[in-house]
Design a protein around this ligand. Structure first.
Ligand code: SF4
Length: 333
């Protein structure tokens, strides 16, 4: 029995044939599930976007949107990690954001802090042309918005991400590292063609020199990876003069398990302190809506169900992580 049975409305958008909305009991987060059939092929696609207010939309609005339907990276903490369908075109990405902003019933020009994150489902670096085009369009539509790309670091040229980051100075770049060794990261992110930690560090430094802005790394602190030894390893690879650190509170990818507790928050706070002591600027990320609508990134409950259904019909491909052990961990992408 899924928790996601309480869709409160349905609609359609320019690009998506149906939209279902799920509201968190916390009252500050809504999830949208978009679906369509390709007119030419009849193949389905499903994506999610999440809309947060802190504490009002006018004060601060955050939108996480998807860049692919499913994801080939196969991360073992992520609800999108088992199957991949296809990359989205730029308008399918932009449309999620336009739709979510319309749901705020707030003039985007009146939103003091608007953040658009490419981090719900999909790996932006594997869909760079369309993501870069979407960024350019969104920057025109919402010139005050911050646009944050979050990547799990597939080993591909980042040329288009660098180019759009140079052209649009509100673009930020974050790499999900989540572990302090390449061996541990291989278990978490089974996609083979990915950068190791040193190459991520070098790519982020190159981005810093290309844009003048600091990149972020994102680290999900759990009981196995949050020691002083882990903090030392990270500080040896990532230069705190270049990098900012995001420490994410882990959230559970399955629906039937407790998603968040004080222990997990304390772990994240503690590890944040360890990195602070090693010279990093840090922030702790604890997304709302984890308990009832899968508001934490990587939860993607509804999509997990749909992907199973599509895979059964031969319409979704297993990812690099399919069938590998799951991990109770992060909010990433
Ligand atoms: S965490 Fe991001 S990169 Fe990894 S499987 Fe999920 S959507 Fe893909």
């Amino acid at each position: 029995m899924t928790k996601l049975t309480q869709a409160t409305n349905t609609a359609r958008t320019r690009q998506w044939e149906s939209v279902q909305r799920f509201d968190s009991a916390e009252g500050n987060v809504a999830k949208f599930v978009y679906e369509k059939l390709e007119p030419e092929t009849g193949k389905p696609a499903v994506v999610e976007a999440v809309l947060y207010k802190y504490p009002t939309y006018a004060e601060r609005t955050v939108i996480c949107c998807s860049t692919q339907s499913g994801c080939p990276m196969g991360c073992r903490f992520c609800g999108a990690g088992d199957y991949f369908m296809r990359s989205l075109d730029s308008d399918e990405i932009v449309d999620q954001v336009e739709h979510a902003i319309a749901q705020t019933h707030t003039n985007p020009d009146d939103i003091k802090r608007l953040q658009i994150m490419f981090m719900s489902m999909g790996e932006p670096a594997l869909n760079q042309t369309n993501v870069a085009q979407a960024i350019r369009t969104l920057n025109t539509l919402y010139p005050k918005a911050r646009l944050l790309l979050s990547s799990s670091a597939p080993d591909v040229p980042y040329d288009e991400i660098f180019a759009v980051s140079r052209a649009v100075d509100s673009v930020g770049l974050q790499f999900s590292i989540h572990e302090s060794t390449d061996e541990a990261r291989d278990l978490l992110i089974p996609f083979k063609k990915k950068m190791n930690l040193k190459k991520i560090a070098a790519t982020g430094e190159a981005w810093f020199h290309a844009t003048g802005r600091k990149p972020f790394f994102n680290y999900c602190a759990d009981r196995h990876n949050s020691t002083n030894v882990d903090a030392d390893r990270i500080a040896a690879i990532f230069d705190p003069r270049i990098w900012e650190a995001t420490i994410s509170v882990v959230c559970e990818r399955g629906e039937g398990l407790p998603t968040r507790n004080e222990f997990q928050l304390a772990l994240a706070d503690d590890f944040s302190g360890k990195l602070l002591a090693r010279g990093f600027n840090t922030r702790v990320f604890d997304p709302a809506g984890q308990d009832d609508i899968g508001g934490g990134c990587g939860q993607l409950w509804y999509v997990q169900e749909k992907m199973e259904e599509f895979a059964g019909a031969g319409l979704a491909k297993p990812s690099a992580g399919h069938g590998k052990p799951l991990r109770h961990t992060p909010c990433s992408a």
